[in-house]
Design a binder for this molecule. Sequence first.
Ligand SMILES: C[S@@+](CC[C@H](N)C(=O)[O-])C[C@H]1O[C@@H](n2cnc3c(N)ncnc32)[C@H](O)[C@@H]1O
Length: 499
Amino acid sequence: MSAEAPLSSVHTKTTPGSAPNGLGNGLFASEDIHTGEDVLKISAPFVAVLDTPRLNDTCSGCFGKRQLNVGADLHMRACTGCQVVKYCDRACQAKDWKFAHSHECRIFKGLAPRVLPNNARAILRVLLRSIKKKYSNQEVDLFIQLETHIREIRERNMAQWERISLSAKAVKMYSGIDMKEEVISAFGAKLDLNAFNLTNPLYDRIGLYLHPYAALINHSCDYNSIVGFDGDELFVKAVRPIKKNEQIFISYIDASDPHDIRRKKLSERYYFDCQCSKCFEGTTDTPEDSFLTATHDITALAVAETKAQAFMESISAPNCESTGAVRKLESAMQVLDQTSAWPITRQPYISLRDELIASLLTNGQFKKAFVQAAVRYIRVDPIVYPYDSHPIRHVHAWALVRLAIHLSQGIETNPGDGFTLERFELKFSLIIWSLLNKLINKESESCTVPSFKRMVQLAFYEVHKEFVSNGLDPSNMADEIEREWKKMEGVVSATLERK
Ligand SMILES: C[S@@+](CC[C@H](N)C(=O)[O-])C[C@H]1O[C@@H](n2cnc3c(N)ncnc32)[C@H](O)[C@@H]1O
């Protein structure tokens, strides 16, 4: 495969090669890559589908990109044929029709009101596109060579194997495709092992995505690159400088999990014992594995963790509304606090706070959400995501901006909000301006995707214009801004002291 142009839709600073330590193949930097630069950009997926709940609120043509760019509530229309997929407009519909929907529409229509699960819809797309010769020989070759771990799936996870077999049976039956079920099942296993979470530009999962070139990237808990999506475009960006010939690594799992949990997830989900440098170093001094005190009661900590996890799991129950979720998440955090040893930067605390912010927003408790988002931005993220370029840090800063804008407009919040933010007398406009200014200044090194950057630029332009129209230039207000951030520190300390 040529280093410069592996496939027409692939733009990359990598070459495939054999990876050391029994990792099979991998991708290697073909030149020095700076922080924030594209390691790999793929303009068209091999296959990408939305998760079933997202079919109703996300466009199957642009995967929500236009909704974000236009910033308006686009009124999506369902495909008149199958009524399963929805689109922003004719352009999005035409794009998806050409990509695959023209071949699957009648199958979806025949199944209505049932909808195939996401993995079956993805397998169906791959099969239909293969039959219609929509893939190049190179793409097919790469796909065929992908790891399946099919033997391990059959031996170690009967439920997964049954799901794959059932999907294969359904796809064969509904499409009428003349192919052995075992071959279709192998496609399903390839998908399970190699697909990425398709996310929107704010890094919320919306579906699954596969491209066989991107699937060559191996995992490391000490990754140097991050995957993001802008619509159906994939971006792999460098979170830190990468030297020529260095191997490209992403994290397949949540790298903020402690050592043992990371290894368990990789083994159960991807069927390998991680051979990365961080796993070899073990648990000494890593923030994910540390507690606040050197001596602690291991059993009490394990009990607290189990209790907190149970609270967290209970919020995904179908009958759990947002008020109940807030209460449960706060109880879970309290259980961890009561150990006096659990850092706010150790899982499951990090996820509990993320979930709490989301539930507070749903519940209209904006002040409390702002305070929790401030704790996350100031105290949690710099430890959990040590690279400044990490997109999650930028997305969390954006969440804080949105909440500050909301509060600065004096929009009434839920009466049960409780937190007396007023006593800190925050000047929200300066906090908003300084957060956006920081995001803009770090833009070239940020691993966020283009739509996110555009959204930030637009917001900064509007906020700055507002200051100028009042005869002010915040670029010359460094002292005032510093004072506001001291107040924000006060908000964060007061919140954490109340624990
Ligand atoms: C998506 S594929 C990556 C490409 C793969 N190396 C290949 O040759 O096709 C994932 C598989 O690569 C291997 N792998 C990736 N990262 C690894 C790691 N850190 N330690 C051990 N094996 C790894 C495992 O077999 C895993 O199931």
